[in-house]
Design a protein around this ligand. Structure first.
Ligand code: FES
Ligand code: FE
Length: 472
């Protein structure tokens, strides 16, 4: 049950300090409620992929924070020949019942509420055309045609974008434009979303979405995927059985030179990645030698990609887009959303990406491989989930809460990185620079700054040694 957060600015200020974070952040119900309001009703949120709703009338349900949402494709029009996509609050304005109840489907040209059958067109407008079961039943006889259609439609999000096939939305009409919000982290997201041969977008979601709940606070996974390269020991058992696509030792192939942690201090994003110069070979982290048909497919695609990017530096990486969307560009190629359920519970939604026109055999092999690696049945993911559950348990209880968590690794060693405007790095993969950057951004949103303040620092800040103090 939700309640009004009672937490003042002075209290907030004591939670995140220069090199330590109070455990309360990871378990307190008041902090969680404030996150729902100041972070999830404000930031750009990942909704899903357009390939999940290919036909008019197709819909896909998801959530923003704890709110049920639906994205739906309309009929083709002159301005939207493929059908316009709308993102709507999936609750009927009449009495609040969830309109689209199943995970996905096709609603035809109307979304109809199962309670009293109010119906909505695919852009959310209330339909009052008289009908037996659709429109607003009894619109003429019982409502005397006085119901205001404009006022009682499904609530649309304030802003929505389709970015290279991925759908993003925010409840805040004043939110910064999506590409400003993303900054140059965009180049890394592109490396996950684009076709392996370098074509813009060109990817689809492979089969369905894996969903599972774990007893952990959502911030542990968000700040793990932002680039916690120090936790490699966690996956020692996976390394020992060589659960990788190349057949060589470890979980992954060799990493190219310069593979390091990069963070965006002004935006809160970060991850692990690298740049390759135009004259260099196009490195991929996963070569898939174990599966000849996959490695041949990827080698051909990489050749086409090199030709396409001739003369340009290539950026590639994985990480977290503030606050709760993480992606891997390569191994496995996937998106994961950390949906907050309660201070101590998170629901994970994992999407796997594949080139839309990859041969069926390649898709099938990758699907099998990805599921042994990631997701609730994947060996690597299970290791991580255990850590986050344990850390969340340790964040509860009066005595435990007296002792903060340490975040000082690599503090003060980061400098601007020219290849990625707005990003900093310290030349290493192992550093807590990115976690600190994320937590600093978290604090800025939590204190309720407006978008002017949030986006004010336009140029690169070299200041990751900030005291992460909240200011009024
Ligand atoms: Fe939806 Fe009544 S609650 S029609
Ligand atoms: Fe891990």
């Amino acid at each position: 049950m939700s309640h009004t957060p009672h937490i003042d600015s002075a209290e907030l200020q004591s939670l995140v300090e220069v090199d330590r974070v109070h455990r309360r952040c990871y378990s307190d119900p008041d902090i969680f409620e404030l996150e729902m309001k100041n972070i999830f009703e404000k930031t750009w949120q990942y909704c899903g992929h357009e390939s999940q709703i290919p036909k008019p009338g197709d819909y896909y349900t998801f959530q923003i924070g704890r709110q049920p949402m639906v994205m739906v494709r309309g009929e083709p029009t002159a301005s939207h020949p493929e059908g316009e996509i709308s993102v709507l609050y999936n609750r009927c304005p009449h009495r609040g019942v969830q309109v689209c109840g199943s995970r996905a489907g096709n609603a035809g040209d109307k979304l109809t509420c199962p309670y009293h059958a109010w119906s909505y067109s695919t852009d959310g407008a209330l339909v009052t055309t008289p009908g037996e079961l659709f429109g607003v039943p009894g619109y003429k006889k019982y409502y005397h045609e006085e119901l205001d259609k404009k006022e009682w439609g499904l609530v649309p999000v304030a802003q929505m974008v389709n970015y290279r096939g991925t759908i993003w939305a925010t409840w805040d009409r004043n939110a910064a434009p999506f590409e400003d919000y993303l900054g140059s982290m965009r180049l890394w997201l592109d490396s996950a979303l684009d076709h392996r041969d370098g074509r813009e977008g060109g990817s689809v979601v492979l089969v369905g979405v894996q969903k599972w709940r774990t007893n952990c606070n959502w911030k542990f996974p968000a700040t793990n995927f932002i680039g916690d390269a120090a936790h490699v020991v966690t996956h020692r058992s996976v390394d020992m059985v060589n659960l990788n696509p190349s057949g060589t030792e470890g979980r992954r192939d060799e990493r190219p030179e310069g593979h390091a942690a990069f963070g965006w201090p002004d935006l809160g994003h970060g991850g692990l990645g690298f740049a390759s110069r135009p004259e260099e070979e196009f490195p991929r982290l996963a070569s898939f030698q174990k599966y000849t048909h996959v490695s041949e497919y990827l080698a051909n695609a990489a050749q086409a990609h090199r030709a396409r990017r001739a003369g340009r530096i290539h950026q590639q990486g994985k990480g977290t887009i503030f606050p709760n969307m993480s992606f891997h560009e390569d191994q496995p190629r996937t998106i994961i959303v950390h949906n907050p359920i309660s201070p101590t519970q998170t629901e994970f939604w994992r999407y796997y990406l594949i080139d839309a026109d990859a041969p069926a055999e390649v898709q099938d092999t990758l699907r099998h491989y990805y599921m042994t690696y990631s997701g609730p049945g994947g060996m690597t993911e299970q290791d991580d989930l255990e850590n986050w559950t344990s850390a969340t348990e340790a964040s509860q209880g009066a005595v435990s809460r007296r002792f903060p968590y340490n975040y000082q690794q690599g503090l003060r060693y980061s400098v601007p990185y020219e290849g990625l405007p707005g990003a900093v790095w310290c030349g290493e993969r192992v550093t807590e620079q990115n976690q600190l950057i994320w937590l600093k951004r978290w604090a800025e949103f939590m204190e309720g700054r407006d978008w002017d303040q949030l986006m004010r620092r336009s140029q690169v800040s070299n200041d990751v040694s900030f005291p992460i103090k909240l200011v009024r």
